[in-house]
Structures are given as C-alpha cells and as structure tokens.
Design a protein around this ligand. Structure first.
Ligand code: FAD
Ligand code: SF4
Length: 474
C-alpha cells in the first residue's frame, strides 16, 4: 500500500508526462499524457506522507492532498474522489491548469529536499477523470428545494463554483453571461492545449442537469439592469472577471496595428469549441509574430501562434526570466515548441511600411542594483535599439477591471484599483444583498482562487438568505 512509503521517491522518479514538442505543436489538444492505472498509482505512492502537509497549506483550496494520494496509491480511486471533491468543485480543472510549481508541488517535501515533487496536479486530474468516466460524480439533487433565488453574473470559475454549491443547497440559481457560451476564461481564455473544451463543458452540463438556469448573450448593465436583477432575485453574486486590456503606448501604434491577446485567443477557442473559422479573425499562419508581455496570457498567445503555423514567434518581455509573472513551466513548454524569448527587451516603437506593420523596435533593458530591501528594477541601455521583424503584433500586457460602478450601479463601492470592494474577510459589496467574487475582486488572479472565492461566497450567501428567512418568520 501507499500509506507510508518513506523510500518510494528513491525508486521511482517523477515522470514528465508530456507529448514530445514536435507532436504537440500540430494540435490544440492537451499536451499532458494521462497516467494509466499503473503509472498513476506509482506516482501517487511517491508521497512519503511526511506528516506536515506543506502541499495542503500551499493549496488555495486546502485540498486534503496526502489523503487522496494515499488512497490513489492503494487503488481506491473512488474514495480518493470523495475526498478530493469535498473541498473542490473543479478538481479536474485545477489539476490541469494550476501553476503547481508555485503552489502544492512547489511546497512538496520531496521538491523542497532536492527530489522532484509528487505530480499532485496530474494525480488530481486523473482521479477526477476516473470519477466522470465511472459515473461517480453525483448529480446535483438538493435535499430540499428553497424558494429563494440567486443571480450569478459571470459564468467563469467563480460563478460556476458558486452556482454548484448554491444549487446543491436548494436555491434557484440563474447565471447571466454576456458571452454566447458559459465558462468565462475557462472557455474563451485558456487554450485547449492546457484545458480541452470538453472538460469545461462537462462541468457546465452538470449544472444544467442540476437545473441551474443559464441566460447567455446578456450583458448585465446593458441588456438587464442591476435594479432589475435585484428585484428578480433574493441575492446577486458579481463574478465578472477583469477585461479591460492594457495597451502599448509607443509611437507608430495605430488602431489596427496590433491585436489584443484575448481577441486572438478567443478566435482560436471558438474554433476549438466547434465554430466555423471566421475569415478576418486574427490568425498567425505564415506570419512573423511578436507577443509583448510575460504573463500567462502571453505564454498562451505564443503557443497558440506556433500551433496556427506562424513563420516565427518571439516573446518580448522587459524583465528577465527570473522576474517574469508567467509560470516557469509554461516558458519551458513554449521554448520546447520553438518560441524565442527576448528577455530584457522593451518595445519602443512600431515600424510600418504603408498600412502594414513590419517590425517592433525594442531597446535592451538592464537590471539595476537592488535598492535597500527592494526588488531589482530595470533601466534602458543607451544605444541598444534593435528591430524584431513582425507582421502580427499581439499585446498581452494584462487586464484591469472595467468601469463596474458606471456599468452596474453608482453606489457600488470600488477599491483604488477599481476592483469591487467587499467587506473585510467576506464577499458582501456595498449594496445590500449583492456579493462579489473572483478576479472582479482580486484583480487578475488564478482559477483556483476563483473557485475558492465562489465556494466561500456561496456559503456566505446561504447564511445571508437563511437569516432573512428567519427574520421573515419571526
Ligand atoms: P472569468 O473567468 O473572467 O469569468 C467572468 C465572466 O463574466 C465571463 O464569462 C464574462 O463574459 C462575464 N461577464 C463580465 N461582465 C459581464 C456583464 N456585465 N454581464 C454579463 N456577464 C459578464 N489561471 C490559472 O489558474 N491557470 C492558467 O493556466 C490560467 N491561464 C490563463 C490564460 C489566460 C489567457 C487568461 C486571460 C487568464 C488565465 N488564468 C489562468 C487566470 C484565470 O483564467 C482567471 O483568474 C479566472 O478565470 C477568473 O475567474 P472569474 O470567474 O473571476 O472570471
Ligand atoms: Fe494543487 Fe491546484 Fe489541486 Fe490545490 S487545486 S492541489 S494547488 S493543483
């Protein structure tokens, strides 16, 4: 059995379970090779049951990792699923796309002591996929139906997680989204080679079967007002994410000279969802592509461009490899797939000939000495300009909140970052009965944090609605 395996890591090394790069660049399907019953068990049994669950503490959901690893090592996947699904409404999704190197796996005792950490994410996804395949995923069947209803604005991971929990508690749940498909960035942001669309659809289908209502193509604040939502429903959860893209301000940048990262990713994601390709949608085939930025979004753009058949793909980032916000694992994946990184390079101007962009002019940056206690800054190197040939320039510089108060309700309190303001330690906004969760509160963050927020916000909304029922009865 795997319950205690102090020497397991000596025998069996961690597996790098990826397709070779030359195969994976031909498709938009996931690049990870799924564990078999035998290899999954062996990987799970590498956990030494070290006694201090650093991995669990590093997981935003506080997943009970050592227990489900031990159960998987013992071959009891069904019980492992019961444990894994108790703390997470999306184990198969987080297992695939969490930056585990910075979370659970980075904290694993094996990793910390110089061995490769246990492949926690991959085992988590394996357990959950087995649960779907074997029909262990319980449908949502509330024990009691409650009359009260909750509106969830936004069908990303925060909204979906909240809806799952609220519906299971018996509330009537309606999810509004301005897109034509549910899933938020799970559907239209994150590419299929990290998370296949059918995996997201499976979660949405489960909610539909559990009688969660989806109202799509509905922009709240435009097609339906907040006042209307608040009169229709007993509580509202705002889980709208952050979508205002930051843009380059350099000489030579005209309105059609660059493509916004999300426009580029959405076009490919639509095709992956089964839509017919649109003729004038941004596409990298045959182009020399420069992606500006160093976060997750930039990594997804460069890897999408490679798969679309770009002539060349360069990632231009002003800091160095050690100071980039994206996951090191994704940088490695991109390099293996043929992406060239220009570290310490900042865009200075866009060069064009007639109407067409021909190059990004960049200048070299250098790291400065760290100020006392501060992190090292960067400064331009004089006379270091260089041109990167480009006929497709993609801006992946991050996202800011949209004008929430203007769009929804002038009385909605905002923070100085323009995210939604919530009561300390909770999810209540400044409007009675209106709660908020996910990126709209945190700013651009991670799926696992959105799931955590969605689940916790649902618990708070449940307490709020119960208290109102009791008041009404008194
Ligand atoms: P979102 O997923 O953004 O969902 C918000 C939803 O609200 C959207 O469907 C939107 O259409 C809808 N909406 C907005 N305004 C309105 C309105 N007025 N009316 C109706 N509907 C509205 N995180 C990871 O953990 N791992 C990754 O690998 C990863 N990769 C990423 C790649 C990209 C390209 C991007 C952009 C982000 C990535 N992230 C990743 C971050 C992650 O996707 C987000 O942190 C997460 O999706 C936030 O969830 P959310 O539910 O708060 O918002
Ligand atoms: Fe690790 Fe993310 Fe799963 Fe938590 S949810 S165990 S951080 S992969």
């Amino acid at each position: 059995g795997g319950r205690s395996n102090p020497g397991g890591f000596l025998i069996e090394q961690r597996r790098l379970e990826k397709q070779p790069a030359e195969l994976r660049v031909r498709a938009f399907t996931e690049i990870t090779l799924k564990p078999t019953a035998a290899s999954g068990t062996v990987q799970a049994s590498r956990c030494t049951d070290c006694g201090v669950p650093f991995c669990q503490n590093a997981c935003p959901l506080q997943n009970n990792i050592p227990d489900w690893l031990a159960l998987s090592a013992d071959g009891d996947l069904r019980e492992a699923w019961r444990v894994a699904s108790a703390t997470s409404t999306m184990p198969e999704i987080c297992g695939r796309i969490c930056p585990q190197d910075r979370l659970c796996e980075g904290a694993c005792t094996l990793q910390q002591s110089g061995w490769d950490g246990v492949t926690i994410g991959s085992v988590e996804a394996w357990i959950a996929d087995a649960a779907f395949d074997n029909g262990w995923v319980e449908p949502i069947r509330p024990l009691v139906e409650r009359g009260q209803s909750v509106a969830v604005v936004g069908s990303g991971p925060a909204g979906l997680a909240a809806a799952d929990r609220l519906r299971s508690d018996g509330y009537q749940v309606t999810i509004y989204d301005r897109h034509d498909r549910a899933g938020g960035l799970l559907t239209y942001g994150i590419p299929g080679f990290k998370l296949e669309k059918r995996i997201v659809q499976r979660r949405i289908d489960r909610l539909i079967e559990g009688r969660v209502q989806f109202v799509l193509n509905t922009n709240v604040g435009v097609d339906v007002s907040m006042d209307e939502l608040r009169s229709r429903h007993d509580a509202v959860l705002l889980a709208m994410g952050v979508y205002q893209a930051r843009t380059l301000s350099v000489p030579g940048r005209g309105p059609n000279d660059t493509v916004a990262a999300l426009d580029f990713l959405i076009a490919q994601n639509r095709v992956d969802c089964g839509d017919a390709p649109v003729a004038d949608a941004p596409h990298a085939a045959g182009r020399d592509v420069v992606v500006v930025g160093g976060g997750d979004t930039a990594m997804d753009c460069v890897r999408t461009a490679v798969r679309q058949g770009a002539n060349s793909v360069v990632c231009l980032y002003r800091r160095d490899r050690d100071n980039m916000p994206g996951s090191a694992r994704e940088v490695q994946n991109a390099e293996e797939e043929g992406v060239r990184f220009e570290w310490l390079g900042a865009p200075k101007a866009l060069m064009s000939k007639g109407e067409a962009v021909t190059a990004v002019r960049a200048q070299r940056m250098a790291l400065t000495e760290a100020s006392a206690g501060g992190r090292r800054d960067i400064a331009p190197v004089p006379g270091s300009d260089f041109d990167l040939p480009a006929d497709l320039v993609i801006e992946a510089l991050g996202f800011e909140p949209e004008a929430f108060a203007e769009q929804l309700d002038a009385n909605l309190g905002l923070t100085r970052w323009n995210t939604l303001q919530v009561a300390r330690g909770g999810f209540a906004t400044t409007l009675p009965g209106v709660f908020a969760a996910g990126d709209a509160v945190r700013g651009a963050s991670l799926v696992v944090w959105a799931v955590r927020d969605g689940q916790d916000a649902a618990a708070e909304i449940d307490r709020y609605l119960r208290a109102r029922t009791e008041e009404a009865a008194a």
